[in-house]
Design a protein around this ligand. Structure first.
Ligand SMILES: C[S@@+](CC[C@H](N)C(=O)[O-])C[C@H]1O[C@@H](n2cnc3c(N)ncnc32)[C@H](O)[C@@H]1O
Length: 289
């Protein structure tokens, strides 16, 4: 996209420019459609309804700039400022991780633990390292009677989570700035969920694809990526009620280590859950005081 097109193309002609993105994206056509719809401030259906419609010069310029950003490798979610998680459209920005579809397994698992609850049963829940608020807000959308604290140590991430909470009017979520549980004043918690940083600081994946644009503070942890998990496991014991659950997302090669950390800290019924690709990506344990 180095040649800036000043003569506007039609919608269909612009969609055909998706081939430009093929070297940088596995979903070149979808990316192009999302960027085009964004430039036109329409949804993707509009592109199929009006394929012959010519863009204005301004729309064409905006679209070209968006395509250039994608060509530079920037993730689609950062370019359009939004990502869907659990059917909730969430604002995203460079202050934190873009929520991943695989993390929805954590939401499903958390909900399954309380499937026998009466419909209005109140539960106390904490989401540690909430980022956009994805996990907390998904749970809140399913369980309006749960009290959920969404904590992150990044002020910018907390602001973002708050914006998302307000966008979806999920009043049962309180966003809090905290270094893990340090500033979270709770006791007798039923459930703690966390997708913490867990990547080794020198992992080569940090320098590839979308991850290059995400903050290392959301991705990496010391001690082979396990330092934050160790802290969370340790701190959670002091706030979970007896029989409360801790659910932690981790790297696909870390399940044995995370299970060991949980067991060493006297959690029971420890087990690992696979993500949608069949990789072991989440381990949970129950706190029996
Ligand atoms: C992997 S991201 C997960 C974001 C979100 N929960 C999700 O699943 O999309 C980890 C988050 O943990 C936060 N974090 C890192 N260190 C933290 C700490 N010491 N205390 C609280 N949050 C922390 C980061 O700011 C980041 O938002």
């Amino acid at each position: 996209m180095s040649d800036v097109i000043t003569t506007p193309y039609s919608i269909a002609q612009n969609v055909r420019q998706c081939c430009l993105l093929e070297p940088v994206s596995d979903s070149a056509r979808l990316d192009t459609e999302i960027l085009l719809a964004h430039a036109l401030e329409k949804n993707r259906t509009y592109l199929y309804t009006w394929p012959e419609k010519l863009l204005t010069v301004e729309q064409q310029t905006i679209f070209n700039q968006l395509m250039q950003r994608r060509l530079n490798g920037e993730p689609i979610a950062y370019i359009v400022g939004e990502k869907e998680f659990w059917s909730l459209a969430l604002f995203v920005n460079e202050s934190t991780l873009i929520p991943r579809p695989d993390t929805e397994v954590m939401v499903e698992t958390a909900l399954s633990l309380f499937v026998d609850d009466e419909p209005e049963k109140q539960r106390s829940v904490v989401d540690l390292g909430t980022g956009t608020g994805a996990i907390a807000l998904a749970l809140a959308s399913e369980k309006p009677c749960w009290d959920i604290i969404a904590a992150d140590n990044s002020v910018a991430a907390c602001e973002l989570a708050k914006k998302n909470q307000q966008r979806h009017q999920l009043h049962n979520v309180t966003v809090l700035c905290s270094d893990w549980l340090v500033a979270v004043d709770v006791a007798d918690v039923d459930l703690i969920v966390s997708n913490p940083p867990y990547i080794h600081e020198n992992d080569p994946h940090l320098f590839q694809g979308d991850v290059r644009f995400e903050p290392h503070s959301a991705l990496t942890a010391k001690n082979n990526g396990l330092a934050d998990i160790e802290t969370i496991v340790l701190q959670a014991k002091h706030v979970l009620r007896p029989s409360g659950w801790l659910l932690i997302e981790h790297g696909y090669q870390q399940s044995a280590e995370v299970k060991e950390i949980l067991q060493k800290n006297q959690y029971t019924l420890c087990r690992t859950i696979n993500d949608m690709a069949g990789q072991s990506r989440m381990t949970m344990g129950q706190w029996i005081a």
